[in-house]
Design a protein. Sequence first.
Length: 487
Amino acid sequence: VRKLLKDSSLFREEAFINGQWVSSSLNQTFEVNNPANGAIIANVANLTPSDAELAIEAANTALPMWRSKTGKERANVMRKWFDLIIANTEDLALLMTLEQGKPLIESRGEVAYGASFIEWFAEEAKRVAGTIPSTTWGDKRLMVLKQAIGVCAAITPWNFPIAMITRKIAPAMAAGCSIVIKPAEQTPLSALALAELARRAGIPNGVINVITADAEQSIAIGKTLCSSSIVRHLSFTGSTEVGRILMAQSAPTVKKLALELGGHAPFIVFEDADIDAAVSGAIASKYRNSGQTCVCANRMYVHKKVHDEFVEKFAKAIQTIKVGNGLEEGILQGPLIDQAAVAKVERHVADALSKGAKLIAGGKPSTLGGTYYEPTILDDVTSDMLITVEETFGPVAPIMSFESDDEVIKLANQSQYGLASYFYSRDIGRIWKVAEALEYGIVGVNSGIISNEVAPFGGVKQSGLGREGSIFGMDEYLELKYLCIGL
Ligand code: ADP
C-alpha cells in the first residue's frame, strides 16, 4: 500500500491516542483486507477496553484547553485540517478504495463530502451564540449560554470511512468537545490517515483520538465507551440492531445519544414524473456504493401508467454500470464489503423470486467472483417479500406498481424505518401533499442524491435520533445553560 501512495506516511497501522501512535497493550493486531481481491493490506492495532480508557482520559485532559479556546481559534486549526485533507485527496481516495471497495470516483467524492463538514463546522464554530430572553422579573436578568457538552465518543461504519467520521468530529470539535472515535474494523486506514492529517494541522493532543479494534474488541470497547461517566455524548452510525444495544448500554450513565441507524427508502415514481430524470435518480440512489448506503432506494413504487416505460428505461440504463475493481478506470460498481453481504443479497433475491418476482436484470453474483454482484432489477415485487422489509444493502432494485397517491403513501410509510425517501412528480400540489405525508427525516423530490453538509441528515422512527450536518448538527454537541441574575 505504501508504494501506491504519494505520501507513504499516510498509511498507518497504529492507533492514535493523545497525539501519539500507539500499539495495543496486548501487542495484538487485526487484518484489514481489500474486498476487491481479498488481499491483506494492513495489520492494524487491536486495542482493548483498557486502551480505550486511556483514550477517554486523554480526551478528558485535553477538554479544558480546547473548550476554552475561542470559536475562531478552533476554526483556524480546523481549516488547516480541511486544507490538508483536500490537498491529499488522491491518497485518501486510494486508501478508501483499497479497504472499502468503492470506485475511485466515489472515493474522491467522499473525500470532498467528508471534508465539507470540517469546513462548514469550522465556519459555524464562530457563530455559536446563546440568547437573552426578555425578563418577566424587573429585578432579574436572564441569559442562556451554549457550552460544549464535554468528552464525546463516536462509533462509525465501513460504508463511508471518512464522511461518517468527519460528520461527527467536525461539529464536536467546533463546539469545543474532545472526541474518541472507534472506526469500523473493515476500514480503519482512512480514519488513521485523517488522524495523521489532524496531527499535521496542529490539532492539539487528545482532542481527537482514534482507537482501532477488530469485531470482537469493538464490542468490548463499545461497553467501555457507553459505561464511562466521562463520556457525555455517544454518536453512532450503523445498524439499528447495534444502535439498540448501545442505547441500552448508555442508560446507566444517561448519555446523550445521536443514532444514525438503518433505513428502508421508498422511491416513488408518479404518473406525471419526468421518467428520464426518475431513471437517473434511481440509478444514483440505488447503485451508488454498490447499494451499501443507508439512504439507498430500497423499494421502488412506480405508477401503473408509467410502469412499463420506467422499467424498460431503467433496465437499459443499468447496462452502463461497469462492475469491477474500483481502482480501475471506468468502474462504476465495486465489490460488496464481504461474503456475508453477498449472502444477504442472495437471500433477498431468492426469497423474492420464490414468491413470484420477475427478474429483469442481474440476479446473481458477477462472473468476476469474489464479492462482486450484478446490478439487479426485480419486478412484480409484493409486500410479503423480505426485500420490502429488511435493508438489502446491495445492488438490487425491487419494483412494485401502484394506482393511487393514498395507496402509495400508505405503502411507503409501512416501515419501522424513517430515514430517506424519494419521489418524482411535476405537480406542485402533489409534491407538497406527499412530502408532508411521508414519515421520513429526508425527502428527495425529483432528486436521487440528497446529502450535503448544510442540510440536516437523520431519521425518524427506528432510523435513529438526532441530526448530523447543518446548524442543527451543532446543537447535538452543545448544552444549554440558563443563568438567572439578580440585580
Ligand atoms: P454494519 O452492519 O454496517 O457493519 P454495525 O452496526 O454492525 O454495522 O457496525 C457499525 C459499527 O459498530 C462498527 O464500527 C462496529 O465495529 C461497531 N459495533 C458492532 N457491534 C457493536 C457492539 N455490540 N458494540 C459496539 N460497537 C459495535
